[in-house]
Design a protein around this ligand. Structure first.
Ligand code: PNS
Length: 160
């Protein structure tokens, strides 16, 4: 039986880094469709709005014909079931990521059977995170190596 495989790359993407871009591009080469889904968390005020994050994601990976963006709230697995998404694809940078991601992957599989596939981060990106990029940028550091030009522009505008 041949079935189209839809995967989701979920995350906060506040904002998307080149590490995210790499994972999404590699996932897009593996699955028929990839949805980059921004988690909406009312309890956590981000730097970028959810719509801004989606726009920046679309700008970074919108050239890929099988990639779309979405936003979700509540449990990721419930959204996956609603959307017919069978796989969660995530990047793994370190053992710290693994310790954080493993219980979530196991819980998600327990809840609905949806599996998580981990893509090992490119070594160039293992130390890159949205939060660190924002902290360095706020302090006036150069983060141009970690972002697309459009995301870099948006970050500079946001931080004034
Ligand atoms: O980019 P992040 O912040 O590391 O992404 C984490 C995210 C949003 C993917 C994760 O926290 C998540 O899936 N949240 C949705 C709520 C949920 O399903 N929680 C139960 C996980 S077992």
């Amino acid at each position: 039986m041949i079935t189209a495989m839809r995967a989701v790359c979920p995350g906060s993407f506040d904002p998307m880094t080149l590490g995210h871009v790499d994972v999404v591009r590699r996932a897009a080469a593996m699955f028929d469709e990839v949805v980059v889904a921004v988690a909406v968390n009312p309890a956590k005020q981000g730097l970028f709005t959810v719509d801004e994050r989606r726009d920046l994601i679309a700008g970074a990976v919108g050239d890929l014909p099988n990639v779309t963006t979405a936003a979700f709230s509540g449990l990721l697995v419930d959204w996956c079931r609603e959307q017919g998404v069978g796989v969660i694809a995530k990047g793994l940078r370190s053992d710290t990521d693994y310790a954080y991601e493993l219980p979530m992957a196991q819980m998600n599989r327990h809840l609905t059977g949806v599996d998580t596939v981990f893509l090992t981060a490119d070594p160039a990106h293992t130390f890159v995170s949205s939060s660190l990029v924002k902290e360095v940028a706020r302090g006036g550091g150069d983060v141009s190596a970690f972002l697309t030009p459009a995301v870099l522009d948006a970050l500079r505008t946001k931080l004034g």
